[in-house]
Design a protein around this ligand. Structure first.
Ligand code: TYC
Length: 102
């Protein structure tokens, strides 16, 4: 190790390499059977959307087949998908929720 000239021994610098976490979109898929109100409720309950935005997202999915509920790190996205799928199954709706890497 280098000295400072004062007789003190100083540890070599170590560079910290930080990496930003990968992000994942959580998507809802359209189907012919899940009630619109149920999808709005899912967006309010699990994605903290207000009634207006939740309705916009639901209608986007209804018309385009797929839509974004939010963007999260892997573990949060996975948890959202599981929560929505469990909730839809409990209510016997075929609603599908998936995640994809951004
Ligand atoms: N297409 C459904 C209906 O007409 C509504 C719906 C919207 C279902 C969004 C799923 O992710 C969905 N009742």
């Amino acid at each position: 190790d280098k000295g400072t000239g004062s007789g003190t021994i100083v540890a070599p610098k170590t560079k910290t390499v930080t990496k930003r976490p990968s992000l994942y979109r959580v998507l809802l898929l359209n189907d012919d059977y899940t009630p619109m109100e149920f999808v709005v409720h899912v967006l309010e309950r699990f994605f903290q959307k207000g009634r207006e935005e939740a309705t916009q997202i639901m209608l986007h999915v209804h018309h385009h087949g797929v839509g974004e509920c939010g963007v999260f790190t892997y573990e949060i996205a996975e948890t959202k998908v599981t929560q929505v799928m469990d909730f839809a199954r409990k209510h016997q709706h075929p609603l599908q929720c998936v995640m994809e890497k951004k």
